[in-house]
Design a protein around this ligand. Sequence first.
Ligand SMILES: C[S@@+](CC[C@H](N)C(=O)[O-])C[C@H]1O[C@@H](n2cnc3c(N)ncnc32)[C@H](O)[C@@H]1O
Length: 396
Amino acid sequence: MLAREQTTAIAIEPELRSSGSRSAGWHRPLACAERRPAARNGRSDQTFLHFGFQHQRPSRSVRPVAGQHRRVACATHSYFGVQVEGDVSLKKPSAADAAKMVARRMLHPRHTVEWLKHLRKKPHTAKAVDDAQLKLYSEILPGDFLNYGYFDDPDIAPEKISLHDIQQAQIRYGQLLVDQIKNKKGAVLDAGCGMGGLLNLLVQQGFSPVALTPNRAQIKYISTRHPTVPMIQGKFEDIPVEKFRRHFDTVITSESFQYVNLSAGLATMERILAPGGRWILCDYFRTTDRARKSGHLWTDFLQALEKNHWRVVSEKDITRNALPAVGFVYMCGRRIGVPVAAFALGKLRRKRPALHYLFEEVIEKSNAYLLDQLELVNPETFAREKKYALLVIERR
Ligand SMILES: C[S@@+](CC[C@H](N)C(=O)[O-])C[C@H]1O[C@@H](n2cnc3c(N)ncnc32)[C@H](O)[C@@H]1O
C-alpha cells in the first residue's frame, strides 16, 4: 500500500485525459495524485496517480499532475480504480515556469475572474477566529499553553532554555493563576482558553471550568480534548450576557485580555461575574503609548478599572519571570528564522536570478517587516516597554 501522506486530490483537467481516447470508453474519471518522497530508494520523488474510470479501458500514458510535464508510464487494472504509476522526478520550477504559471493565472479568463474576486474580497475570517501567529505557536510549543510562562530563575540565558523548560514554566504560570481562585466550588470561566493548558490543570484539580475562545482551530482541539467541558464559542465581548448573568464565581483571562476591547470587555465582566466573584488576569500591558503594539496601555487600563468600580485586590509584577521565554523566542528568530530566510533568498538569487529580481522589492519589504516584528520580542525592548502583571480584581 502506498504511503498516503501528501495525497492531493486534483481536478481532472482535459489534458489529463488526452492520451486516452474518449471513444475508448472512459469518461469523467476520478483521480488523485500522490507524491512519495524518494527518501528510501534514493531515486527521485515518485508521483502516483490513482484513477477511477467508468470503463476499464487502459490508457498508455497520461499527462501527470499540474506543474509536471513528463509523461508517465501506465499500469492499469481491470477494475474501477486504475492505478497509474510513474517515476516522475519533480522538476524545480524554473523562472520561466514560474512566469508562465503567474501569467496563466493572470491571463486566463477563468483565473482572472477568480483573481478579481479575491482582490475585492475582505478576509472572511477575523483574526480572532483564525490567528496564524497563535497557530504557529501552538505547533511549535510542546504543551497546551500559549503564553510566556513563569520562570523561577529570571536570569537564565536563552541558550540554556529547552522547550521542556518552557513547558514547565507555563505549567507554573497556570498553577499561579489556579492558586488565586477563592471559591473552589464555583463556576470558573477560562476566557481565551487557547489550546487548553489551563483547562488541563483546572480539570485535574477538580474544578468545573467553562472554556471560551473565538478561534476555530482551538474550538476544534478543545472539543476533542475536553469533550465534557462546556465551550462558549466567540469573543469575550460577545458572550450572551443574559444567559450567563452573574454566573461565574471566577473568570480567568490568561494572556487573553490584551485581545479584548477594553470598555466592552469590562462591561461583559461586570455582567457575568457573580457577586463577590473574582477576575484573575495575567497579561502584559504597554507602559508607554510609544510602545509597540499589543497589550492595553497600563494607565488606560487602571483608569478604566477605577471608572467602572473595580479594585485590584492583589498585584504581582512578573515581567522578569516572563523575560526568559521572550528572550528564547527572540533568539530562535535571530539565530534560526532570519538566517534560514537569508539562506533561502541567497539560493534563490543564485539559482533563479530572474525570479529573484522579479520579487526583489516584495522580498525586501517582507524582510523589513519580519525584522520589525521580531523586535516585539527583543527582551530589552519588552522589559522597557511592557509590564507583565498578575492581578486579582474584584468589584468595589
Ligand atoms: C496568547 S493566547 C493565550 C491562551 C491561553 N489562555 C494560555 O494562556 O495558554 C490568547 C487567547 O485569547 C483568545 N482571544 C483572542 N481574541 C479574543 C477575544 N476577543 N475574546 C476572548 N478571547 C480571545 C485567543 O483565541 C487565544 O485563545
